[in-house]
Design a protein around this ligand. Structure first.
Ligand code: DOR
Ligand code: ZN
Length: 339
């Protein structure tokens, strides 16, 4: 049995680092494991200008080690100016832009109300090779919440890819068999991120012995058959699937509430969580591709040069990390990040 694995240092292709005191509390966990991270722009107010993104990047760098590189994203709104997108991209501030359907999730109120409103932005992004990151859920209240990702594919994503056949699109945090199949069968310019929590949890986790707010995130966890499809995608070796934690911390009081926020804080033990899955699936030899190679290749960025090592060792996850409840709180994982 393999007792240690050394892989190229991974990147996190989807993370929420927040701002202010929360940023200072959580960002070091991401920077400790990952060389780079695609930083989500859903602050309040959202990161819609190049200046705001530059300033946010500076604040992140003040809280993290020198070796960490935050990759910034633009928050798309109905009013986003394609020239501003292009400027931020050419000045190497923005790596990607994020599509939040308005109302889909945390701080998405300023998101896009109708995909036709951002056609000029998508045209420009296709032309300049700027990646579109997509929160893939419809916001139609008539659609069952467990079906919103699958319906998004039919209503929005498939037509979008047909209209913009060369646009690079990352279908973020896929949770369903339909999403996995769509990405697998799709063109080379379509890829997906996978979170640790959607590899470990199905929707029963939300109701295990009572209401479990710390298992609540968006897209919400689905049935077991979907979790298994997402697992197969992660460990299957396809270059279209890569690591994106979607670590999304909220204060404990905002989670344990009559109307709790969506988001799972998995940053502290993200690599251990993923490694446990790859080990369970007998696929440790494919972990490096998923964690360290596929994302960089898709984004057209160099692969990292240094390495990290994980040891097979019991890791007891604490109930509290920096005043927050981490993913796997109180559980024991089978791998530990060395150093
Ligand atoms: O669970 C989630 N939390 N999903 C999202 O899409 C947003 C995130 C957040 O920012 O809290
Ligand atoms: Zn997210």
């Amino acid at each position: 049995m393999v007792s240690t694995i050394t892989i190229r240092r991974p990147d996190d292709w989807h993370v929420h680092l927040r701002d202010g005191a929360m940023l200072a509390a959580v960002a070091p966990f991401t920077a400790r494991q990952f060389a780079r991270a695609i930083v989500m722009p859903n602050l309040d107010p959202p990161v819609t200008t190049v200046t705001a993104a530059q300033q946010y990047r500076t604040r992140i760098l003040e809280t993290t080690a020198d070796s960490f590189q935050p990759l910034m994203t633009a928050y798309l709104t109905d009013a986003t100016d394609p020239d501003e997108l292009e400027r931020g991209h050419s000045e190497e501030v923005w790596v990607a832009a994020k599509l939040y359907p308005a109302g889909a999730t945390t701080n998405s109120a300023s998101g896009v109300t109708d995909i036709t409103r951002i056609r000029p932005c998508l045209e420009r992004m296709q032309r300049i090779g700027m990646v579109l990151c997509v929160h893939g859920e419809v916001t139609d209240a008539a659609v069952d919440i467990f079906d919103r990702e699958a319906v998004f594919i039919e209503r929005i994503l498939a037509p979008l890819l047909a209209d913009f056949p060369e646009l690079k699109v990352v279908f973020e945090h896929v949770t369903t068999r339909q999403a996995v199949d769509f990405v697998t069968d799709g063109p080379a310019n379509l890829a997906a991120t996978i979170t640790p929590h959607h590899l470990h949890l199905n929707r029963n986790a939300l109701f295990a012995g009572g209401l479990r707010p710390h298992a609540y995130c968006l897209p919400v966890a689905k049935r077991e058959e979907h979790r298994l499809a997402v697992r197969r995608a992660a460990v299957g070796g396809s270059a279209k699937f890569f690591l994106g934690t979607d670590s999304a911390p909220h204060p404990r009081s905002a989670k344990e509430s009559a109307c709790g926020c969506a988001g799972i804080f998995n940053a502290p033990f993200a690599l251990e969580s993923y490694a446990t899955v790859f080990d369970e699936e007998g696929a440790l030899d494919r972990f490096e591709g998923f964690a360290s190679d596929h994302g960089a290749d898709f984004y057209g960025l160099p692969r990292n040069r240094d390495t990290i090592t994980l040891d097979r060792a019991a890791l007891a996850v604490p109930e509290d990390v920096a005043g927050l409840v981490p993913f796997h709180a109180g559980q024991t994982l089978g791998w530990r990040l060395a150093g």
